[in-house]
Design a protein around this ligand. Sequence first.
Ligand code: KG4
Ligand code: ZN
Length: 343
Amino acid sequence: MLVLGIESSCDETAAAVVESSGVRPRIRSSVVTSQIEIHRRFGGVVPELASRNHLKMILPVIEEALKRAEVGLTDLSGIAVTQGPGLIGSLLVGFNLAKSLSFATGLPYRGVSHLESHLFAAMLEYDFDFPFLGLVVSGGHSSIIWMEKLGQYTTLARTRDDAVGEAFDKIAKFLKLGYPGGPALEEAARSGNPRAYPFPRAVMKNRSLDFSYSGLKTAVILKTRKHPAPLSPSQVSDLAASFQEAAVDMIISRVETALRQQGVNQLVASGGVACNSRLRERLAELSRSLGVRLLLPSPPLCTDNGAMVAMSGLLYFQAGLTSALDLNAYPIEAFYQPGKNNK
Ligand code: KG4
Ligand code: ZN
């Protein structure tokens, strides 16, 4: 089976061809074009610019993915596309194109969730099956999800305000570390002392595992303002390291509780923030101490890409599940278009 995956939920236009072969699916091609340079001068993603640029890039990116995979549209078994969540204008570009291709070629298509795709990316590098605990940490999400079987998921934790990647990006911008903020902040933190500033680790009432990063963000900003400007490079590094440690602590404590609660021995962690070395280190320590198998994709598969979408499509097509043409994209954090169950 050969599946084309299309991703356009935020600021990456991506397409990939994944093949089900042997034990583990194989990536035949994966093309990711980033809009970082377009959004850099605004310090964040500008939705209207993002969708206009997806329109420009989507066809060349798909053509390049097919070319690198040495296949034509007629060789495909189906097309998978990100249906949501994400920026609606951006999603619609990829989603409508996938529907048009399906209509024109007669190929089946499947709208898949960006969140499940982040987690299924691990299946391109590890052999495992359901059930597992999923952690998605990215610019748009901080979610812990109980993945029972295909299409049957329970969200155990989500963010009440900023996603963790968004907090990294905002603090990096505040500390003038550059754009995109996550990798820049990690770099600055490398030479800093993570215990220099004891920033708060938010805990929710009523045993909720939900995340909140606004308190941590405010604490960093208030602490910075107490120092006479400009900050020295070592003060910046200490602030970055202390922020990173607090942000990672909040993830680890919740994942630990969820693993114990669910009594599960497989953990998948993905999304852009899962590229962070300190988080990867701490997840490995936690998994070792609990005897849990950690399934952590390599960094290029953690950030947005088309292969993870194709992987989701592969699972659905193998289960005989496709989407109807009246399905639509959705922006909110959900697994399906609200009101429709996409079964
Ligand atoms: O998964 P992704 O590519 O897009 C979304 O679905 O949001 O994640 C992008 C996010 C950005 O917020 C970026 O700053 C963050 O992932 N990120 C990192 C690192 N690399 C990317 N955050 C912390 N440390 C990193 N090394
Ligand atoms: Zn993502």
